[in-house]
Design a binder for this molecule. Sequence first.
Ligand code: TR5
Length: 146
Amino acid sequence: MWIVFFGYVRHISASVNEEASARLAADSAESGGPTIFDKIISKEIPSSIVYEDDKVLAFRDINPQAPVHVLVIPKVRDGLTQLGKAQTRHAEILGRLLYAAKVVADKEGIADGYRVVINNGPSACQSVYHLHLHVLGGRQMKWPPG
Ligand code: TR5
């Protein structure tokens, strides 16, 4: 009984922390300053690159949530801190990112089933404010997501 109670309290407190750090990340994103992904793009910080072209970079997530977990990002942010900031001028890069996600899935051997996720804003737990697509696969996915 107590174990269940403390488990529940821990679960609630983890959710509160997650939400608080997501809100903090969103607040600091308002400044439009650099993110960790800028350093990955400039190769100042090493990453495991899966795919790259003139506009798009795809690299393995440092904290994978599936056997295959790749992030697909635009090399130039141009105001795209999150999907919700997209303007008409971003339509081409949005298409390029989605197509790159498909290319990554093919290259990674997960074409039979994978998930492409965009966390938009604090309520979706976005933590890095440089638009990115998560490509997840290599295991059975569940629906609905958490
Ligand atoms: O929560 P959202 O949707 O914003 O996703 C951000 C993702 O970036 C998370 O899945 C993190 O695990 C991932 N991430 C964060 C860092 C990082 C990374 N992936 C690769 N390499 C990384 N470095 C070097 N540093 C990070 N802070």
